[in-house]
Design a protein around this ligand. Structure first.
Ligand SMILES: [Zn+2]
Length: 150
């Protein structure tokens, strides 16, 4: 069923990942969404590049996992989505996650105030690398700081 509402929760799963370099397998926690208003400690991990980062226990390979990630700051109304370029091949993922106009697909409530509140989430900023996701959030946080100083 399309229109799954994944809004407002941090979520993760434990997955077995194969090292792209040496093929050794290890379990890693993969975050699908970060709600930094509810889970502020995740934000620190996110900024220091610890979220969805794979460090191989058998060789010296390390790097970000190729998995979509939603960053949601309800308080500041900042939402950004990392879409790995490989996922453009995944029709199911695209259809379930987005509308044809690249909005986030959501089950909207009947309540107009709630719909307005979710507007920033529906119009999430899309990025295609984890590094860019981190930079974009830094940029938005910095703008928030600069404009609240006066
Ligand atoms: Zn390895």
């Amino acid at each position: 069923m399309p229109g799954k509402n994944v809004h407002r929760m941090s979520s993760h799963e434990l997955l077995e990942v194969e090292c792209p370099s040496c093929r050794a397998k290890q379990d890693i926690v993969i975050w699908k969404s970060l709600n930094v208003t509810r889970d502020p400690e995740l934000k620190e991990q996110f900024f220091t590049g610890k979220i969805n980062y794979f460090t191989c226990g058998s060789c010296d390979f390390e790097g970000f996992i190729t998995a979509p990630l939603v960053y949601d700051d309800m308080e500041k109304k900042i939402c950004a989505n990392y879409v790995p370029i490989e996922y453009l091949e995944d029709e199911e993922y695209l259809k379930q996650s987005f509308t044809p106009d690249a909005e986030i697909r959501l089950e909207l409530p009947d309540d107009t105030a709630r719909i307005a509140e979710m507007d920033y989430f529906r119009h999430a900023h899309m990025v295609f690398s984890m590094a860019e996701l981190i930079r974009y959030v830094l940029f938005r946080d910095r703008l928030g700081q600069v404009f609240s100083e006066n």
